[in-house]
Every structure is written in C-alpha cells, then in structure tokens.
Design a protein around this ligand. Structure first.
Ligand SMILES: [Zn+2]
Ligand SMILES: [Zn+2]
Length: 339
C-alpha cells in the first residue's frame, strides 16, 4: 500500500521496465482488458474500503433491468429492490457475494462505484472533451487550489478527484459550477464513477494515480458547496469586475491609494498578506464612500502584491475579502493635507 499521489506531484511510471520488454500486444498492461479475477479483486478492495460497487456494461452504461423491473410501473423502490443488477447504481453493494455474482455474470463489464452519502464520496470529474482541464484552472483561480487528494485518470483522458462526503446532500450534476466552467462535473448523491481496472472499448484505462491507497480522504471543500447551489454567486467570484460610482474623488483619496500601494510593495516577507488585507480594507472604505473606483483599486493592489511574490489566487482572495469588508463600512477620506 503506497500513499495516494497528491496533486502536482510527478506522475509515477505506470509500468515497470522489465515487464515492458516482454509484453506482447495483447498482454501489454496498458491495453489489456482486465480479467474477471482482476475486476473482482479490485472490487472487493473497494467494498472493504466502504464503497458501494456495481457493474456497468462494456459500453459504460447501466445494465438493462430485468423484465419485472422494466415493467415495474408498480413503482417499487429501486433502493430496496433485491435484483442483482437492476436500477443502475441502486444495485451497488458492499456484499462480497453479490459483487462476485455480478462480475461472474458480466465479466466484460466495467466496474463502477456509487458516489454520494452511501460510499461517502464526492468526486470532481474533469472531462477534457469539454475543456474541463482549462475550466478547472478557472475554478481554482477563483476559489484557490482544491486540496490534494486521491485521483484517478479516466479512460477518456479526464481526471477524478475524490473528496469525503460532507454529510449534507450534494447533488450530482454536469457542468456543476455553471456554464462558464464547462467539463467540470460533480458526482455525488445520485451518481457514480467508473473505476480501475476498467478499460473502455477503445482501450482507455481507468487508473489510480499512485496506485492503491488507504487513508482518509480530505473533506469536500466547503467553499464549493454554495457555488453548486447558487450559480450567480460563482459568477460574482469569477467576474469580480465591477465599476463603482466615483462621486467625489479627491486628491486625498488618490494619494491614499498611492500610499497603500507603496506600503504593500515595501512589506516584509511574511507580512504581505496582512499588509494587503489592511490596504484592501482601508481603500475599500474609500470605494464605499464613492471616492475611488473599485476596479482601479483592485488592480493596483494586485499588481503591487504580485510585484513582491507569487500566489495570485491568494492575493485575489485577500483583496476581495478586504475590500468587501471596507466597502461595507464606508468612510470618506477627509484628512486635510498639511499646508
Ligand atoms: Zn429486476
Ligand atoms: Zn427492481
């Protein structure tokens, strides 16, 4: 058992070199379909880990319901239906006997895990076919880097990032963070993910980064939940640009801006964020009083902070929170310049 690979860590070579030389086309680890035995071994590990496992068809869609359940207009509860593989993810189980039977009946199927509260999973699903990787960057620029966690490469070149379910309902949805963030889905309550060692029809492998792991997943980042529930909030986070009404700009306000920028630029290592926060608050008060323009202040502070160190997402968060606090407490700059 090796620890999970964290985001940003270099990727391990998936094959050991000795086996590469000898592998034939059909036996090559990169393209071979898993045997039923391999599927079962892995499925039982997942179940032991607390995940609910089921089997999809080789085409990555849920297996067909049995005739009784297909006809089942007598609205029976899929959650309590006892059929082995009916009703998609509702068939998922931790029972080794049922798992073994599913795989025995569908040895060419793909392995899947039900997400959401049952397995304790919320998964960020990045789909490159819809610019998911770029969108993830956009999201992280707005909210900061998502915590490093267990990750899976998907058969289609995408990425699954796994987080611990927060206990409240988290709905599965595609383009979960709105139409500006295409290709970033959330798989949680009411969803599932395909898992290793599944292989798609065209040879795409599902593969854990860092191999098998055994540790507690980081909690689903709380900052993401309101973005799921209320998309306009995200738009505000992603597009913080706003023009404010500068009614009474004064030379003093402009001088205050210059002074704060200088203090940020001259701040000592380790002090930058405190200085930035203080400056953002003070200038936010002037913005709130109609003496300075919001975007002008935000841009000036950003440039000043970046001139002495990296980490733009953190800078933007500090500016945003500091200015918002200041704007909520407007105070015009009235100090008279000494003669
Ligand atoms: Zn059935
Ligand atoms: Zn049923």
């Amino acid at each position: 058992m090796s620890p999970p690979m964290q985001r940003g860590a270099p990727r391990q070579a998936p094959l050991d070199e000795t086996s590469c030389d000898q592998a034939t086309d059909s036996e090559h680890e990169g393209t071979a379909r898993p045997t039923a035995r391999q599927l079962l071994e892995q499925a039982l590990l997942y179940a032991a880990y607390g995940w609910f496992v089921f089997v999809l068809s080789a085409d990555k869609v849920p297996l067909r319901n049995c005739p009784r359940c297909r006809a089942g207009a007598e609205r029976h509860d899929p959650e309590t239906c006892t059929c082995l593989t009916c009703h998609g993810f509702y068939a998922a189980t931790r029972d080794p006997v049922r798992i073994a039977e599913m795989i025995a009946r569908h040895p060419d199927g793909m392995l899947a895990v039900r997400t959401g509260a049952p397995s304790g999973l919320v998964v960020v699903d990045v789909d490159p076919r819809h610019s998911g990787h770029r969108s993830l960057g956009k999201l992280e620029q707005a909210v900061g880097l998502l915590p490093g966690t267990v990750q899976q490469l998907t058969g289609g070149g995408g990425l699954h990032m796994l987080y611990r379910h927060p206990g409240h309902h988290v709905k599965s949805r595609s383009n979960a963070f709105g139409s500006d963030i295409t290709g970033v889905d959330v798989k949680a309550d009411g969803g599932y993910i395909v898992v290793a060692p599944s292989v798609t029809r065209d040879g795409g492998r599902y593969e854990w980064l860092g191999g098998i792991w055994s540790h507690t997943l980081p909690l689903w980042p709380a900052i993401l939940t309101p973005l799921l529930d209320d998309r306009p909030q995200l738009r505000a986070v992603l597009n913080p640009r706003r023009r404010t009404d500068v009614r009474a700009s004064t030379a003093h306000a402009t001088a205050a801006l210059r002074g704060e920028v200088e203090r940020v630029t001259g701040s000592q290592p380790g002090q930058r964020n405190d200085e930035l926060n203080r400056a953002a608050y003070n200038l936010g008060q002037l913005v709130g009083a109609g003496q300075l323009d919001h975007d002008q202040v935000a841009d000036a502070l950003r440039d000043a902070a970046l001139s002495i160190g990296p980490d733009e997402p953190k800078i933007l968060r500090t500016i945003r929170s500091g200015m918002n606090a200041g704007m909520a407490n407007p105070r015009p700059h009235r100090e008279a310049r000494p003669a």
